[in-house]
Ligand binder design. Structure first.
Ligand code: GLU
Length: 545
């Protein structure tokens, strides 16, 4: 058969050559050792935690080496595509502080190695597809879905590997040029298949995370182009990562089984294979075992969950870094003041046995991260979040900026600063008592204090209250009322002789906390009172008198 003629028949519009593409996208001019990495998400509208997990690895590898990190949109599967998905993805990455140097942006491309959306690269793939046909390494296949089903049934019955290869490829491979022309003239659909070789060989690929992967060499006539001329992931990955000059391919471990196809294509084209880094699947604990996070069952698989909950991007980074590198936590303890971006991230310290997503751990990290933030940063980030997710709170913060900032500072100067805020969503609950508009009393007065006692206590408190008192003077007055009303000044005394007292100072101060904040467990009463201001304090107390 005349393969040049076949190539021309299949790809009449291709005029560019592989050489032209090589020079249009030259090797990048980067310092020795600089890595070029990317993420290649599919725009399905669902951005998952794994996208961010891989993005953080790729970003770190690139930026720690003064390399380039880019975004490629892998939209070859139009059945899965959803309107606005690219924007959703870019916004989510942006929210979590992932900075791309180049790649797809909301309204186009930024960079010289594009287009960065695979559907816009059809002509580029066709140049290489045509070349493979000319080299007798690819051919059109007209098998119908029914024929393929029948082959699969036969293979299942014979306990053979499924797929088109060897004798199962014979029918398509032996078509003559005229038969192919006829089929095309009749409008029959075709896909372009790679012409695999039957082999018992093994290939060895060095994975930067997993070490040597030894796998049977590809023998499949796998699909390169689908019937609409759009490439499969396999073909697009190889062409793109070559032309965009990626040095490392960071992707989920679900791709390991397709590696022989990718390796085959890189060798066929004579291109250098990138360094593969197959990352562990995200898991969660269930009962006594672990299982894969599931889109259906686990809201925490969606990145939007963390946005809606208002998890700070810094907390997510710290959390994912603890999952990614086994020595991160140790480093964090030794370097409490440093930014996580200073952590020397390495692929060698990656965990391969499944990364455990434990939301309790995330909450703990989150409290520490927010606990260590300056109040102004909390103010700004929380307000940004509220503008999108809680408008009522956004306007309260904007209406009372000074009070809010002062409130965020309460308890933060102590030796062991309070860590009351976990997420921006929970901050709206926690902070609600600082505004009359949202203040609610949640806890009941202590059982030691009946209605009469509550009334007498607050009447005395209000009579002696002087907003100018410093915290010592204020506390002396509370102690005096406590004693006068028959409550023990030392909780121990009440415990040892309960019949001699009504209760202890724990109960009188709890009454104050509940009246002023709605909760028995709250920050320092004197500090809170000074954030609220005299009018609000008196207003909340007088209700009990
Ligand atoms: N489009 C692939 C996915 O969403 C990306 C895999 C890769 O990064 O190569 O899983």
């Amino acid at each position: 058969m005349d393969y040049k003629a076949l190539a021309q028949l299949l790809f009449p519009d291709v005029t560019a050559t592989a050489e032209e593409l090589e020079s249009r996208f030259p090797k990048r001019n980067l310092p020795e050792g600089a890595c070029v990495t990317r993420i290649g998400p599919s725009p399905t509208g669902f951005v998952h935690l794994g996208n961010l997990y891989n993005a953080i690895i790729a970003e770190r590898i690139a930026h720690q080496s003064n390399g380039v990190f880019y975004l490629r949109i892998e939209d070859t599967d139009n059945k899965r595509e959803v309107d606005g998905a690219v924007e959703t993805l870019i916004n989510a990455m942006n929210y979590f502080g992932v900075q791309f140097d180049e790649g797809a942006v909301a309204d186009g491309d930024n960079g010289n190695y594009g287009p960065y959306r695979q559907r816009q690269r059809k002509e580029i793939y066709h140049v290489f597809a045509k070349q493979l046909v000319e080299r007798e390494l690819a051919y059109p296949c007209f098998l119908t879905a029914e024929e393929i089903d029948a082959i699969r049934e036969q293979q299942t019955a014979n306990k053979e590997n499924p797929g088109i290869y060897g004798k199962y490829a014979q029918k398509s491979r032996s078509l003559t040029l005229d038969e192919i022309k006829d089929n095309i003239a009749q409008g029959k659909e075709w896909v372009l298949r790679y012409a695999g070789t039957e082999t018992d060989e093994y290939i060895n690929v060095e994975d930067a995370i997993r070490g040597k992967l030894s796998m049977p060499r590809n023998n499949m006539d796998f699909v390169l182009l689908k019937s609409d001329g759009i490439p499969t992931y396999h073909f697009a990955h190889v062409v793109d990562d070559h032309l965009m000059r990626s040095t490392h391919v960071i992707r989920g471990e679900e791709w390991i089984s397709s590696l022989p196809m990718h390796y085959e294509l890189f060798s066929t084209f004579g291109w250098e294979t990138p360094i593969y880094c197959h990352t562990a699947t995200l898991m969660k604990i269930e009962g006594t075992g672990k299982r894969k996070l599931s889109k259906r069952k686990d809201p925490e698989l969606a990145l939007s969950y963390y946005q809606q909950e208002g998890i700070s991007p810094d907390a997510i980074w710290e959390f994912l870094l603890t999952l990614l590198n086994s020595n991160f936590e140790e480093w964090r303890i030794a370097n409490p003041e440093k930014s996580y971006l200073e952590f020397p991230y390495t692929l060698e310290k990656m965990n391969i046995s499944g990364a455990l997503v434990d939301l309790n751990k995330l909450r703990d990290i989150s409290k520490d991260v927010i606990g260590a933030m300056p109040a102004q940063k909390i103010f700004d980030s929380w307000l940004d979040w509220c503008k999108q997710y809680n408008e009522q709170f956004a306007s309260l913060i904007e209406q009372y900026p000074e009070r809010t900032l002062a409130a965020l500072n309460v308890g933060r100067t102590a030796k062991k600063p309070r860590k009351d805020i976990e997420t921006w969503k929970q901050a709206c609950d926690f902070m609600s008592f600082y505004y009359d508009e949202t203040f609610k009393v949640f806890d009941e007065m202590p059982q030691e204090c009946d209605e009469e006692t509550v009334k007498t206590f607050f009447t005395k408190y209000l009579a002696s209250y002087n907003h100018e008192d410093d915290s010592n003077a204020w506390f002396e007055k509370v102690r005096a009322i406590t004693e006068e009303m028959g409550f023990a000044l030392r909780p121990k005394d009440y415990k040892n002789n309960p019949e001699q007292y009504k209760g202890s100072i724990v109960h009188t101060t709890n009454m104050l906390r509940i009246a002023l904040t709605g909760h028995a467990n709250a920050p320092d009463i004197w500090e809170v009172s000074h954030v609220l201001g005299e009018d609000i304090v008196r207003g909340r107390i007088v209700k009990y008198c």
